[in-house]
Design a binder for this molecule. Structure first.
Ligand SMILES: [Zn+2]
Ligand SMILES: [Zn+2]
Length: 401
């Protein structure tokens, strides 16, 4: 990243922490947690310990870090090297990211860049560049409203699993927008806190249906009221709309009987596979199973977007493109040179799509978002960044061919 763009990001992050450090709260048993952060242009600084939230907030205001993290684990000595920390326990955490859903809208907003010849286009990343046949291709992913709605559906599935299959009360679960393209889910103080890595990978496998052998389900006895995956598969079959292949009947009991007699084994297998694909939760297994990780802290900024990792009181209504904007001032403007970006909608205003390099004067939060995504840089003609005047994005006027 060029120096002028980096300076704009640093200043934006510092201003956010200066104005909002009181939003960052101490985790439970703060003194047992490992903290970490990484500066712009630097490696992660970890194995830090704080017993006073004031001291930690002061660090954030002073450093304005690119990323701020805290362990979900508790340790006897959080500052010791990993093997000597003395692991006590860890809250169960989950990460759901739109990228893992591979939704069709990715073909509209994602783009790729050939590192060899510089060709860039919207659409799924090709295996080799159609221009020069090189395979060094950089993928640029974006999250649209549809992506966010897709990840919300996964969160609802996860909540259902946690409540129905693991007996975890909804009141123990906190939901956060990740600050990028999905949601973080944290489960507070349950008997699962003491599970080691292996126990956690059992949970992760169960949720993702990794290794689930549906052939052991006796279709003769499958019922929508069954516990666990059996019931989930049965409810999937029950809830398929009338006319769904390969079933003739719209009723569950008759469909179950079709599965026992009329359908061939390939058809039964296909129904089971579809039920599992629809029912499993697309969590990032690494996040759930790794008990030595530091996890992005709520109300801190995500350097991939400049957006806030925000607590969601009501996830159905939560709109990250409004509610996660760090400094939503409309009259703070910046001139940026945008290489290429899909339509971006922040604070209710749309910008783009941009298909060829374009200079635009935009609100600072949007400039920061585009720079953080790697799609823009500070306009060289206005290297100091901020300036006064009217933004060039009212409605869709900044759209370029
Ligand atoms: Zn190429
Ligand atoms: Zn999308």
């Amino acid at each position: 990243m060029d120096e002028a763009s980096m300076t704009v990001l640093k200043r934006y992050f510092k201003e956010y922490y200066f104005k909002n450090s009181n939003r960052i709260n101490a985790p439970r048993r703060m003194e047992s947690r490992e903290f970490g952060y990484f500066p712009f242009n630097g490696a992660m600084i970890r194995h830090l310990s704080f017993s006073d939230i004031g001291a930690f907030r002061a660090l954030l205001v002073r450093e304005g870090p690119a990323g701020v993290y805290c362990s979900n684990s508790q340790y006897q000595d959080p500052t010791a090297e990993m093997q000597k920390k003395g692991w006590i326990k860890a809250e169960l955490i989950f990460d759901i990211d739109a990228d893992a859903l591979k939704l069709p809208c990715k073909n509209e907003h994602d783009s790729w860049l050939c590192k060899n010849c510089g060709r860039k286009e919207f659409g799924f990343r090709p295996d080799i560049c159609p221009n020069c046949k090189d395979n060094r291709i950089l993928e640029m992913t974006w999250a649209c409203r549809n992506c966010i709605e897709g990840t919300k559906k996964e969160v609802f599935k996860l909540l259902d699993f946690l409540e129905q299959d693991f007996g975890i009360s909804r009141s123990r679960v906190s939901l956060f927008f990740s600050g990028n393209a999905g949601f973080h889910i944290e489960v507070e103080e349950t008997q699962f806190d003491e599970l080691d890595q292996h126990g956690r990978s059992e949970i992760s496998d169960y949720l993702t249906a990794q290794g689930l052998m549906t052939e052991v389900f006796e279709t003769a006895r499958l019922s929508p009221s069954d516990p666990g995956w059996r019931g989930r598969v049965a409810r999937y079959i029950r809830d398929l709309p009338p006319g769904s292949k390969p079933f003739k009947s719209p009723e569950f009991e008759k469909r179950a009987s079709e599965m026992r007699g009329e359908l061939d084994s390939n058809q039964v297998e296909h129904v089971m596979a579809s039920a599992v694909a629809a029912g499993n939760v697309k969590i990032d297994a690494m996040v759930t199973t790794d008990i030595h990780r530091v996890f992005r802290m709520p109300e801190t900024l995500n350097n991939k977007t400049g957006l806030v990792k925000r607590r969601c009181a009501d996830i159905s209504a939560f709109d990250p493109f409004f509610e996660a904007i760090a400094l939503p001032e409309e009259d703070d403007l910046i001139s940026v040179r945008v290489d290429m970006c899909p339509e971006v909608s922040l604070c209710g205003k749309s910008f783009g799509p941009i298909r060829s390099p374009t200079v635009a004067k935009v609100p600072l939060y949007l400039g920061v978002y585009l720079i953080s995504r790697g799609a823009a840089r500070v306009d060289a003609a206005n290297p100091t960044g901020r300036e006064a005047g009217e933004p060039e994005i009212s409605g869709r006027t900044a759209s370029a061919g």
